[in-house]
Design a protein around this ligand. Structure first.
Ligand code: NDP
Length: 523
């Protein structure tokens, strides 16, 4: 367990990754502060739940309006703290959240209200059953730096509309964006204690995972996710784990090379490759391979790299030095094992502290780290294949299973292949953008995680299901409440015949035999 001693007086600093400018420092919340926040959250949650779904939906409506009004300032802040180009901040962060709010405003009530469960068992026909969706209580959210607004916001909106309170521990690199989210929610009418942000590093996150939460939504790397899952398993705390990916892109022999290569370049370099859904490995049918390589290199050469606050910039910096070192180590490993660096493969120190050139690699194999481990940087490794079966085998030869894409001019063929790929999402003729479909569930299989966020399945993660079974005729005893015996056994055999025998005559006979049981005297 983390102690106050471990994390007292520790500071974290938000830095503009494009310039190295320090934006603001924060003290890491201590264990006692984390526990206080959770305890305040628990008290406040009851009133928030008591408001009812429709009033909470109205708060979301106000939030959506405020976010829309402040879209430019928020997107600029995201660019300043996380480095991504302004347009990406606007579309992949602000727009995603506006649309998530739209989905919950439109569907929150119908998806969260009580739901009658029709049933067919004749023995139970006096009962009416229905589902009640109850909030968990206090939901802890731990989020990464790469989508510092859209990830915690989409998860928080779903948790809040379902009647939970939220304690959010954002990444230590993007605290300012999380505070901006809190400010918008509070201005919209979410009480301060119902949505709280606790600043801190991994130790603060650990303290949150050990606090009196009712559910945890964790988004981050596989190693951190495994640590969190182990800790929560010991106390059976339910978790959603949105973890890393090594998403494959499969370009089939009938694909349009121009379209697919543009998709590959954008999918690999969006957010400088620091997207869980980005194209991490690309497989191209051998017939198209050289034309595809040529197109990717040509299109990558045209990208403008720099500080994303400049609207002309396509690719921004990586988040910090450690991420650069990881990317460098993967490219070096590939180079050492025989990969060809067609473009890039180096830092761009002349632009700023954290820039790495968008890199295209060929002659890669599955023995290389670049094809097996999550790189999370601007690298596009491309490998040929000879048949659809081989492409599927290569795609599935991986510990991760977050998303994948298939490129073909024959949609049916693409969708058939999609069924064979082990992933939470498979896109046909597109990459990454499914994150912007609020109705679509987001999440992975294999090492990419457990559970889902977004859409109705994401909302389901925010509620406990209670089944209420209510007998319409409460003043009669059930026939099976003891008094068994030979005669009753025969009557009940008749009851089963009445419902399940194939022959009509057998059913009728069974019915006659079993109805006598209804009139027997019970003890
Ligand atoms: P990390 O796992 O390093 O961190 C994620 C969050 O967990 C951060 O807030 C971090 O705090 C916190 N944390 C770290 N250690 C612990 C711990 N022991 N207990 C509790 N919390 C902890 O991931 P990154 O921030 O580097 O994010 C990148 C990773 O996230 C990539 O692997 C990426 O694929 C994945 N990701 C997955 C997504 C998905 O939807 N599947 C979406 C986006 C990213 P701090 O940063 O302050 O150390």
């Amino acid at each position: 367990m983390a102690t106050d001693l471990d994390i007292s007086e520790r500071k974290i600093t938000s830095v503009n990754p494009a310039t190295g400018e320090e934006l603001r420092s924060f003290s890491c919340a201590k264990v006692a502060q984390v526990q206080d926040a959770v305890s305040r959250s628990r008290h406040a949650q009851l009133d928030w739940d008591g408001l009812g779904i429709r009033k909470r939906v109205n708060v979301l409506r106000t939030f959506q309006h405020l976010l829309h009004q402040n879209k430019t300032a928020i997107a600029q802040m995201i660019t300043r703290e996380a480095g991504k180009p302004y347009v990406e901040a606007l579309l992949t962060e602000v727009m995603v959240v506006l649309d998530a709010a739209r989905f919950l405003i439109d569907n929150g009530y119908s998806l969260l209200r009580d739901e009658v469960v029709p049933h067919g068992n004749l023995a139970m026909k006096t009962k009416r059953g229905y589902l009640v969706r109850e909030p968990y209580g206090v939901v802890g959210i731990i989020s990464p730096w790469n989508y510092p607004f859209s990830i915690p916001a989409t998860e928080s909106l779903a948790a809040l509309v379902a009647g939970n309170s939220v304690v959010l521990k954002p990444s230590e690199f993007t605290t300012l964006v999380a505070l901006e989210l809190a400010s918008l929610l509070h201005r919209a009418g979410v009480p301060q204690a119902v949505f709280q942000v606790i600043a801190g590093d991994g130790s603060t996150g650990k303290a949150l995972t050990e606090s009196a939460l009712d559910k945890l939504i964790f988004t981050g790397s596989v190693p951190s996710g495994k640590r969190v899952a182990e800790a929560e398993a010991a106390r059976l705390l339910p978790v959603v784990l949105e973890l890393g990916g090594k998403d494959p892109m499969l370009v089939l022999d009938d694909a349009d090379v121009d379209v697919a290569s543009s998709g590959a370049v954008w999918g690999a370099f969006v957010n400088a490759g620091q997207a869980c859904l980005s194209v991490e490995r690309c497989y191209v049918h051998r017939r198209l391979y050289s034309a595809f390589l040529e197109a990717c290199v040509r299109k990558t050469q045209q990208l403008k790299i720099g500080n994303g606050i400049d609207p002309d910039i396509d690719v921004g910096p990586l988040i910090h030095e450690k991420q650069l070192q990881l990317v460098e180590s993967h490219v070096e490993d590939a180079r050492r094992r025989g990969a060809t660096v067609l473009l890039g493969g180096k830092r761009l120190t002349e632009i700023g502290p954290n820039f790495y050139a968008p890199t295209v690699l060929s002659d890669v194999t599955h023995e290389m780290r670049i094809m097996r481990e999550e790189t999370f940087g601007p690298v596009l490794p491309i490998m040929p294949f000879d048949s659809d079966d081989e492409a599927v085998q290569l795609a599935n030869d991986c510990e991760f299973g977050l998303a994948a894409s298939v490129w073909t001019q024959d949609r049916k063929r693409g969708e058939a292949l999609a069924r064979r790929i082990q992933a939470g999402t498979v896109m046909v003729n597109d990459v990454v953008s499914c994150f912007g479909i609020s109705e679509a569930p987001h999440g992975g299989v294999k090492a990419s995680g457990l559970g889902r966020t977004h859409g109705r399945f994401g909302l389901d993660e925010m509620v406990r299901i209670k089944y209420v079974d209510s007998d319409r005729i409460g003043n009669i005893k059930k026939v099976w409440w003891y008094g068994y015996g030979e005669k009753f056994s025969r009557q009940m055999e008749g009851f089963l015949d009445m419902q399940f025998a194939r022959a009509l005559t057998e059913r009728v006979r069974g019915g006659l035999r079993s109805t006598r049981a209804l009139f027997r005297k019970k003890p």
